[in-house]
Design a protein around this ligand. Structure first.
Ligand SMILES: [Zn+2]
Length: 318
């Protein structure tokens, strides 16, 4: 269990010393975060991933390969290292369809062998009901928004540093049954993974209001409460998944890791019970709120930085 009293004392001290409203993350880091995560930054990336050129990013198509190339190019430019054998690609085949997870690493300073994963799927459903341009399901919210968050978080942690090793993963095959994350889960030692932070559909303002996100499977580990504590004193709020009847905890790429005991959960701001664009050709960039995308990325960065820095360790999923 986390020592809340200590946290409170540290928060108060930080408040007195810096006059900051953000309790856990230093003012210097907050400035860096504000500089990196901006509306133009996220707009450019989410728009590229959701452009017609990528043809809805369906597995086995040229479009999804274009997306993988774009992600690799960004990971390289940010300064992430390839995950093994000098490659950013983890190749695998399911039902005769070749796929690739795109993986980049930021090695930790003092806790190199403890891993924190940030992940988002980059594949989507391709054409919906035809082959003409108007039939492309561009998947702007699902999940170009999540991949955009990976770029911003990678850039941020590259700049401010990390004690634990961070693994950034853009999963493929999610829409066809979590294929990329299921494959990835067979290649790891789950004991080394401290947390799995998966990101899905963060481009629209949540029911509960601006600057609010929910976490799936909230009660399955202490990850959610740790993040809530880290967000105390900020404008951001994380709440438990209100859509438990949809079983979202089992429906995204956190699930194959959670099955192995890793505290792996999904962040989202999508009101999935009312979202008329979900898996439709209308899931376009124009329906996104770029300020919300910026806010969600900041929420995730501020809420999880203590995990990256080795101060917080969530309990395992049981
Ligand atoms: Zn999705």
């Amino acid at each position: 269990m986390k020592n809340i009293k200590r946290k409170l004392w540290v928060s108060l001290a930080a408040l007195v010393l810096t006059g900051s409203v953000f309790a856990q993350v230093s003012k210097k880091d907050q400035k860096i975060l504000n500089k990196i995560v901006t509306v133009p930054y996220v707009t450019e990336r989410v728009s590229t991933l959701a452009s017609d050129e990528m043809e809805g990013r369906k597995i086995g198509t040229e479009g999804v390969e274009k997306a993988a190339n774009y992600i690799e190019k960004n990971f390289k430019k940010i300064g992430l290292k390839p995950f093994e054998n000098k490659s950013y690609r983890q190749k695998f085949v399911t039902n005769d369809i070749p796929m690739e997870n795109v993986i980049g690493i930021l090695e930790g300073k003092s806790k190199k062998d403890e891993y924190v994963i940030y992940s988002a799927h980059y594949d989507h459903i391709g054409y919906s009901g035809g082959t003409e341009k108007e039939h492309i399901a561009n998947g702007a919210d699902d999940n170009a928004s999540g991949v955009t968050a990976l770029f911003a978080l990678a850039k941020y942690f590259k700049k401010v540093g990390n004690e634990r090793t961070i693994i950034f993963i853009a999963f493929s095959g999610e829409e066809s049954g979590l294929l990329g994350s299921k494959h990835y889960a067979t290649t790891i030692d789950p004991a080394k993974i401290v947390a799995g932070i998966n990101i899905e559909m963060i481009g629209k303002v949540f029911n509960e209001g601006e600057k609010n996100a929910f976490l799936t499977g909230f009660d399955r580990s202490s990850l959610g409460t740790l993040i809530q504590e880290n967000l105390e004193g900020t404008d951001y709020k994380l709440i438990p998944d209100p859509y438990t009847k949809f079983k979202l905890f089992y429906r995204s790429d956190n699930a194959p890791l959670a099955k192995l005991g890793v505290p792996a959960h999904t962040f989202s701001s999508d009101a999935i019970d009312k979202d008329k664009h979900y898996h439709q050709v209308t899931d376009e960039v124009e329906t996104l709120n770029m300020e919300n995308l910026v806010d969600m990325i900041k929420l995730i960065a501020l809420g999880t930085q203590d995990i990256v820095n080795g101060k917080d360790t969530p309990s395992r999923v049981k």
